[in-house]
Design a protein around this ligand. Structure first.
Ligand code: F6P
Length: 466
């Protein structure tokens, strides 16, 4: 038990925080604020509440900020030992848990849960303990603590032991693995993960499908009584888009400038198939390119008349597989351009440098939005493009994206592994009559805005306190 309590009444815990620092050569620090649903959601509680966001120092800049006492009110960064952090984040969270929940293993050779895995697991435990201890120390009596994601699956259980008085919520932003896939994990680890989440009063998910998968894992791994005995309630909160922010932001001059540049790259009178992703293994960018190639092959009438605008921003570059995947995306895009391109037409316009204003410009320009992940917790791009697009867009959507639960009816739904099927869906999207496209876009946008980030956050807070 922690004897001295802090005073925070609402606490959020996540690996990546709302701010990150870069260390300049002269030793000075530059701060960069992040966006995203959680940042926007937390702003809903306003400044009157005593709120604290506990996050990890991600790199040298953040560590320097912690050591120099530089920070923002309401944000506590944990300076976890870099080796422990790397094992927990790269080793366990992103190379094991992410792979399990997104079903990314090539199972003939992996996963291998060996001594190295066990060593990294000890770091994952230490990382989760560091968060739980910081939260336990900062939380006021009976405070609400909202713990985010697969990085922190053990933290609810540890925190429950330290502070039984707290109201603890956990939110999974990823899918949850089907039971047979989840059981690839060693039994004791699978059990520990589930018991970790059952330390929460509420375990929350983005869709009913992921919530059901979690329940099934509890039943199979821990027994039918485990969930009722723990008293953990399961919640589903389908995070939506912040339409007011996006629409306003998408009409600022920097976006207009990029829209002009993008139009010039595409060329006059051509249709666009737009995708915007982190270059993440689960996003299925390569099969998206192959489907586009198939479209040009089986429907040659589209040659010179369509451009695939693909933004694939770097992600998790510490992991070799992600670097290889990034190379493969570039190779396939290059090949399509080499085979089909002409003097006046570049079939694939690929950009790799993260630029939010240019992403919004592409959203505005999209005739077709391609969102074809292998598996995805939600996929907010699928919700953002219909909200922002100027002339309405047709959405080609993977049935494995969480967003399918809300958007499926008005999208052209694809099996993400089926390249021929995806090519045909792209064709149907391109020929969709303007009237139908407009009507569908309206309904897609309405569904996308149903639960904006602030309400998403407050809904959870109320349910936790209620
Ligand atoms: O999907 C889970 C998630 O945590 C998202 O909330 C976020 O977009 C992404 O993964 C972050 O990944 P990283 O912090 O490793 O870049």
């Amino acid at each position: 038990m922690v004897s001295e309590h802090g005073s925070a009444q609402v606490l959020v815990a996540s690996n990546r925080g709302p701010i990150t620092y870069t260390l300049n050569e002269d030793g000075s620090l530059d701060a960069r604020r992040g966006g995203g649903g959680l940042v926007s959601g937390l702003s809903a509680i306003g400044s009157e509440a005593e709120a604290l966001w506990v996050c990890a120092a991600l790199g040298e800049g953040d560590r320097a900020a912690v050591r120099q006492g530089v920070g923002e009110p309401g944000v506590q960064m944990l300076d976890i030992d870099p080796a422990v952090y790397s094992d927990a984040y790269n080793g366990i969270a992103n190379s094991a848990l992410w792979f399990v929940h997104h079903m990314l293993y090539q199972t003939a050779l992996e996963p291998v849960f060996d001594a190295e895995f066990r060593r990294q697991w000890a770091s994952y435990e230490a990382y989760n303990r560091a968060f739980a201890e910081a939260l336990a120390a900062a939380a006021g009596e009976g405070a609400a603590v909202l713990i985010q994601d697969y990085h922190l699956a053990l933290a609810p259980g540890i925190l429950r032991e330290l502070r039984p008085d707290l109201k603890i919520g956990h939110f999974s932003h990823t899918p949850w693995a089907p039971v047979d896939y989840f059981r690839m994990l060693p039994d004791d680890i699978a059990e520990q993960l589930l018991r970790g989440l059952l330390g929460a009063d509420r375990a929350c998910f983005l869709t009913h499908r992921w919530a059901d998968a979690f329940r099934a894992c509890c039943t199979e791994v821990l027994g039918a009584e485990a969930l009722p005995l723990a008293g953990t309630r399961i919640g589903v909160h389908g995070l939506g888009t912040d339409a007011d922010f996006l629409r306003e932001r998408a009409h600022r001059p920097d976006v207009a400038e990029r829209l002009t540049a993008l139009r010039a790259e595409v060329g006059p009178g051509r249709k666009t198939i737009v995708r915007v992703d982190r270059t993440e293994l689960s996003k299925n960018i390569v099969r998206g390119l192959l489907a586009y190639r198939q479209l040009l092959e089986s429907r040659p009438e589209w040659r010179e008349r369509v451009v695939h605008v693909a933004f694939a921003y770097p992600s998790r570059q510490d992991l070799a597989l992600y670097r290889t995947y990034m190379d493969e995306v570039q190779r396939v895009a290059w090949e399509i351009n080499a085979v089909y391109g002409t003097a006046g037409w570049t079939p694939v316009v690929l950009h790799l440098k993260d630029d939010f204003a240019r992403s919004l410009a592409a959203y505005r320009l999209a005739d077709v939005a391609l969102v074809n992940p292998i598996r995805d917790g939600m996929n907010l791009v699928a919700k953002e493009i219909p909200v922002v697009s100027d002339a309405g867009c047709a959405l080609v959507l993977s049935r494995e994206a969480g967003a399918y639960e809300e958007l499926g009816e008005d999208a052209l739904v694809v099996n993400p592994y089926d390249v021929m099927g995806t090519a045909e869906a792209l064709h149907e999207a391109l020929v969709m009559p303007a009237g139908e496209r407009g009507e569908r876009t309206k309904r897609l946008a309405a569904a996308a805005m149903a639960l904006p980030p602030q309400r998403w956050f407050l809904e959870q807070l109320e349910a936790l306190r209620g």
